[in-house]
Design a protein around this ligand. Structure first.
Ligand code: ZN
Length: 117
C-alpha cells in the first residue's frame, strides 16, 4: 500500500511504502534528511487496543471479585503502551501542524494522509 506522508523534520512530501511495526505503527525514513518518522495508529488499531483494554479490565475485575490477584499479561501492557505512544505522536503532530501554519505539513500533522492506489 502506497501512501503520501510529510516528513516531520524537513516537511518533504513522500509517496511510497511504509513499514508496519509490531504494534501497528507505520514508519518511514525520509529520503532527504534521513530521519525516521512514525505515524499515529490507524483508527482500526486504536479501536482494537481500546477493546482489548476493556476486555482485560473486565477479566481483572472478575478475578478480583473471585478473590484472586490479577496480573496483566504482555498483551494488556502492549495495548496500554501503544495507546500512550499513539497519544504522544498525535500531540506532537498537532504541535508541529500548529507551528507549520497549515498547508501540506499541517494536513499530515493532523494525521490526514491520502492513500495512493
Ligand atoms: Zn525529512
Amino acid at each position: 500500500m502506497e501512501s503520501q506522508f510529510v516528513c516531520s523534520d524537513c516537511s518533504l512530501l513522500h509517496t511510497g511504502k511504509t513499514k508496519m511495526s509490531f504494534l501497528g505503527f507505520r514508519n518511514f525514513h525520509c529520503s532527504l534528511c534521513g530521519s525516521k518518522n512514525t505515524r499515529p495508529l490507524s483508527t482500526t488499531y486504536r479501536v482494537i487496543y481500546v477493546l482489548a483494554i476493556v476486555f482485560f479490565l473486565f477479566c481483572g475485575t472478575t478475578m478480583l471479585l473471585a478473590g484472586r490477584i490479577p496480573i496483566p499479561g504482555i498483551l494488556a501492557v502492549a495495548a496500554v503502551w501503544a495507546l500512550i505512544h499513539d497519544n504522544k505522536l498525535i500531540k506532537r503532530a498537532r504541535e508541529s501542524a500548529s507551528g507549520a501554519g497549515g498547508g501540506q505539513a499541517g494536513q499530515a500533522g493532523q494525521g490526514v494522509h491520502r492513500e495512493v492506489t
